[in-house]
Design a protein around this ligand. Structure first.
Ligand SMILES: Cc1cn([C@H]2C[C@H](O)[C@@H](COP(=O)(O)OP(=O)(O)O[C@H]3O[C@H](C)C(=O)[C@H](O)[C@H]3O)O2)c(=O)[nH]c1=O
Length: 186
């Protein structure tokens, strides 16, 4: 299991050790002790989510606010996505900065996203099965979001290969970064 720090404090890229043989492959998609020791994060995961999306779907940028903030451990079971996380921790030195990472069923990469981040992804493969752990339950009233193409964040979504961008009505109406609901307030 390889854990790589990122430019955003407490965000990690996790690469499990994959064992290949004539049948295919095997890897531990999650191991609590190894995760805790290598990241230093004491997390009690209480909800698993899964979404299935077609090529060109862009989900996000989403977060939950106040006491309902969520840390997430995200991965792709099938297909490929461009995953984006934005630091919206008010006191962070990297406030308003983002990182992006290609997650797919070949690199088996995962991202640990601590509380205080907006998260979204763009599906690059024909279909993507996206699976992730959360350390807090879903709370619709505590949801916040930022429009994916906010001019200040200026996220490079690699849209070149996408003919048809598919975004929910809800996500198309998300506020700008400048007007987003503070993560700490609910
Ligand atoms: C997130 C969530 C949603 N729902 C229900 C609410 C809606 O009826 C339906 C679809 O929800 P939504 O359109 O918010 O799904 P996504 O756009 O995939 O939202 C997720 O997308 C980005 C990438 C994230 O990181 C968040 O985890 C999450 O906001 O599932 C639930 O019942 N439980 C849940 O935990």
């Amino acid at each position: 299991m390889k854990v790589t720090k990122t430019a955003l404090k407490d965000c990690f890229i996790i690469e499990p050790t994959v064992f290949f043989d004539e049948r295919g492959c095997f890897f531990e998609s999650y191991h609590h002790t190894k995760f805790t020791k290598t990241t230093g994060q004491e997390i009690c995961w209480i909800q698993d989510n899964q979404s299935v999306s077609s090529k060109g779907v862009l989900r996000g940028l989403h977060y939950q606010r106040g006491k309902y903030q969520q840390a997430k451990l995200v991965r792709v079971i099938q297909g490929e996505v461009l995953d984006v996380i934005v630091d919206i921790r008010p006191d962070s030195k990297t406030y308003g900065q983002y990182i992006k990472e290609i997650l797919n069923d070949r690199n088996q990469k995962q991202i640990f996203i601590p509380k205080g981040f907006a998260h979204g992804f763009l599906v690059l493969s024909n279909t993507a099965i996206f699976s992730y752990k959360c350390d807090n339950y879903y709370n619709k009233e505590a949801e916040g979001g930022i429009i994916y193409n906010d001019y200040e964040l200026n996220i490079e979504w690699n849209l070149e290969g996408i003919e048809n961008l598919i975004i929910s009505e809800k996500d198309l109406c998300l506020p700008s970064f400048k007007h987003h609901l503070p993560i700490c307030e609910f």
